[in-house]
Design a protein around this ligand. Structure first.
Ligand code: DGL
Length: 273
């Protein structure tokens, strides 16, 4: 078995997996949610790196030659060390990719006035990964990048509190906090896998004409393009359309939630990392 591994700290990465399945239906995928240790967004660099490394290792053991870190926080805090320090020594034939670079590549083309807003976890914001990637790709000072940490959005999504006054209050609070820093923003990236579940709420508080960018379809298009360029990797991957769901928490609870995300009945297996 050689599936593509997809990792997230919890349920949120299912928004990315859904787009992978839509873009690449013939491929086999294994999704791993570290639900027992979510959220990652408030944890330190060292902890996110250690947890992510354990999850990647588990997906390698599961037979994945390629793992996508669907989690922005893991992409921001662990990807570089895994790619540069760990893979060359331990698993030189395997690949681990993240979601920040493809998102930045896409968003640069979408913003007209070059004022970009990033809504993300506290960890992703503190890492500075989005502004750094934008600077690396488009040069220094060419884009005005404003970030806003939204620490209460992941708990809202994980507890399925997507509507109602409480959700509305906290959605508005962070959207306002972003726009107060730069009222000219014309493009906003949802820089966390969980936030697409709040898209309609977030859009309500953005001025008309501001573009809200979800990552799923962007990352899926980027993966498709990667596989067409890396035929040696593509040849390793199984294409039987199989989906496997792993969680570090209760399997029944995960399967219920994943079925909602995927729009079809899903069964899950609990593993420990
Ligand atoms: N999945 C994480 C991300 O995309 C957020 C959830 C968490 O804090 O664990 O950043």
């Amino acid at each position: 078995m050689s599936p593509i591994g997809v990792f997230d700290s919890g349920y949120g990465g299912l928004t990315v997996l859904k787009e992978f399945v839509r873009a690449l239906p013939q491929y086999d995928f294994v999704y791993l949610g570290d639900n027992a240790r979510t959220p990652y967004g408030t944890r330190s660099f060292d902890v996110v790196y250690r947890y992510t490394k354990e999850a990647v290792h588990a997906l390698f053991e599961w037979g994945c030659p390629l793992v996508i870190l669907a989690c922005n926080t893991a992409s921001a805090k662990a990807l570089r060390s895994i790619q540069q320090r760990d893979l060359p020594l331990a698993d030189p034939g395997k690949r681990v990719l993240g979601v920040i670079r493809p998102s930045v590549e896409a968003v640069g083309k979408l913003s007209v006035n070059r004022h970009i807003g990033i809504l993300a976890t506290a960890g992703t914001v503190a890492s500075g990964s989005y502004p750094l990637e934008i600077e690396k790709l488009y040069g220094s000072g060419n884009y005005a990048v404003t970030q806003m940490a939204c620490p209460l959005w992941v708990p809202l999504v994980e507890s399925n509190e997507l509507t109602g006054l409480g959700a509305e209050y906290f959605v508005r609070k962070y959207v306002d906090g972003l726009l107060e820093q730069d009222s000219q923003i014309d493009t906003v990236i949802l820089g966390c896998t969980h936030y697409p579940l709040l898209t309609s709420q977030i859009a309500r508080f953005l001025p008309a004409g501001v573009r809200l960018v979800e990552q799923g379809a962007i990352v899926a298009a980027s993966l498709k393009e990667y596989l067409s360029r890396h035929t040696e990797m593509d040849a390793l991957l199984d294409k039987g359309g199989q989906r496997t769901f792993l969680t570090t928490e209760n399997a029944g609870q995960f399967a219920q939630m994943a079925s909602l995300f995927m729009g079809s009945s899903v069964s899950a297996r609990q593993i420990s990392l």
